[in-house]
Each structure stands twice: as structure tokens, then as C-alpha cells.
Design a binder for this molecule. Structure first.
Ligand SMILES: CC(C)(COP(=O)(O)OP(=O)(O)OC[C@H]1O[C@@H](n2cnc3c(N)ncnc32)[C@H](O)[C@@H]1OP(=O)(O)O)[C@@H](O)C(=O)NCCC(=O)NCCS
Length: 186
């Protein structure tokens, strides 16, 4: 069983719970769930996570107040067990893309004891409904190994996005010999 996985639920006793939009009062939960997500998918120091929590709380508050951020929370027996968020971001015009806004899905997290019960997929479907309702035609995300099967099943496709941190020293990667083109003789 991989890190973050929990024993499969007994489907006869699984409670579906209810899904709702978050408010500013839920920020503590959204920050806690986002931290849980980072802890499950990567290795960061406590200091890095603490700093990221503060930055995220500030950023999400601003985005929520300007109506560019929506959180979705699943409650089971009145307790929040899963959440995920959508950020409405600006994108450049492209052929066959309508408009210059995209919905970015982020901070997907289900508490370990509640995984594999459909809460994650339900949040994604709700997020898609929300984005469509705002007239947005594309949803983007960065998938973790846990999330990828959900997104694939809902029709997301892989892209070829790349990144370069501009404040870090470049590590030169050797090109495999087989991919090198022969140098021209001087
Ligand atoms: C990704 C995540 C949010 C999914 O939440 P979830 O509520 O378990 O989602 P679902 O119940 O819709 O499960 C979807 C998939 O989880 C996997 N799964 C099934 N049982 C599981 C279990 N007991 N434990 C963990 N994952 C399980 C399966 O791939 C399942 O697909 P299936 O419908 O074919 O069984 C959750 O695993 C999580 O919080 N992971 C850690 C943080 C993370 O990776 N976030 C996503 C960032 S993109």
C-alpha cells in the first residue's frame, strides 16, 4: 500500500455526505487540507510548510474576496473530510480557446480515513460545474499520483508544460549520447 493509501471502505456503510461552497470561515480548514496535500505528495520541512501556510492563507483570502477563488468541502456527519479549490486565472488567447480565463484546480485533499469513497471525484465534478457556470471553457491542474486516476477518468488529458525556477542555480543535465547530433567538423 502506497503512502497516503488507506484500507478500502466497506461500500455498504460508506456515507456520501454533503458538498458545499466554502466561505472565509473555512480558510483554516482549507489551509490545513492544503498542508496535508503537500505532506502526502512531497517532502518539505516544517518551516517551509509553515511559511507556505501563511502565504496561502493570505493569497486565498485575497482571491476569495475578489471572487476569483472557490473552495468545495465535503462534510460527513457534519465534519469536513475532503476539500478542493478552483482559482480563476488569466491566460493568454490561443487558437480554439474561448476567452482569456482558465479554472485552475488546486489543493485537492481527502482525509486518509475517508479516501476511496468518491469524495475527491465529487469535488472535481462540482468544480467543473462551477467553472462552466462562470462561462469558463478550460480547467487546468497539476496532478499528483493519487489524483491522476480521478482526473483521467473525468476526461483530463496530459499536457507538456515545463518549468524553470529563475532564482535557482541551473543544474546541467547531460544529454544521453544517443540523442546527441554529431558535431560538425571544424
Ligand atoms: C487525491 C485524493 C484527493 C483523492 O481523494 P478521494 O476522496 O480518495 O477520491 P475518490 O474517492 O474519488 O478516489 C479516487 C481514486 O482513489 C484511489 N483509491 C481507491 N481506494 C483508495 C483508498 N482506500 N485509499 C486511497 N486511494 C484510494 C483510486 O484510484 C480511486 O479511483 P477508483 O474510483 O477507481 O477507486 C486523495 O487521495 C488525497 O488527498 N491524496 C493526497 C493529496 C493529493 O495527492 N492531492 C491531489 C493533488 S492533485
Amino acid at each position: 500500500m502506497r503512502k497516503g493509501e488507506v484500507p478500502g471502505p466497506n461500500l455498504r456503510t460508506v456515507k456520501r455526505g454533503t458538498i458545499r461552497r466554502s466561505t472565509l470561515l473555512d480558510l483554516g480548514l482549507l489551509v490545513r487540507h492544503r498542508r496535508g496535500m503537500w505532506s502526502d505528495i512531497a517532502q518539505f520541512s516544517k518551516a517551509d510548510l509553515d511559511a507556505a501556510d501563511r502565504a496561502y492563507r493570505h493569497w486565498a483570502t485575497t482571491q476569495m474576496k475578489s471572487n476569483r477563488f472557490a473552495g468545495f468541502i465535503v462534510d460527513v456527519d457534519g465534519q469536513p473530510v475532503a476539500s478542493g479549490c478552483v482559482w480563476i486565472m488569466q491566460v493568454q488567447p490561443r487558437p480554439n480557446w474561448k476567452g482569456t480565463e482558465a479554472a485552475y484546480l488546486l489543493s485537492m485533499y481527502t482525509e486518509p480515513a475517508h479516501r476511496g469513497r468518491g469524495h475527491g471525484a465529487r469535488i472535481v465534478r462540482e468544480a467543473i460545474r462551477y467553472a462552466k457556470g462562470r462561462g469558463i471553457n478550460v480547467m487546468l491542474l497539476h496532478a499528483s499520483p493519487f489524483g491522476e486516476p480521478i482526473y483521467q477518468r473525468l476526461g483530463f488529458e496530459r499536457t507538456k508544460e515545463m518549468r524553470l525556477f529563475l532564482d535557482r542555480r541551473k543544474r546541467r543535465r547531460r544529454t544521453p549520447a544517443s540523442r546527441k547530433t554529431p558535431r560538425r567538423a571544424r
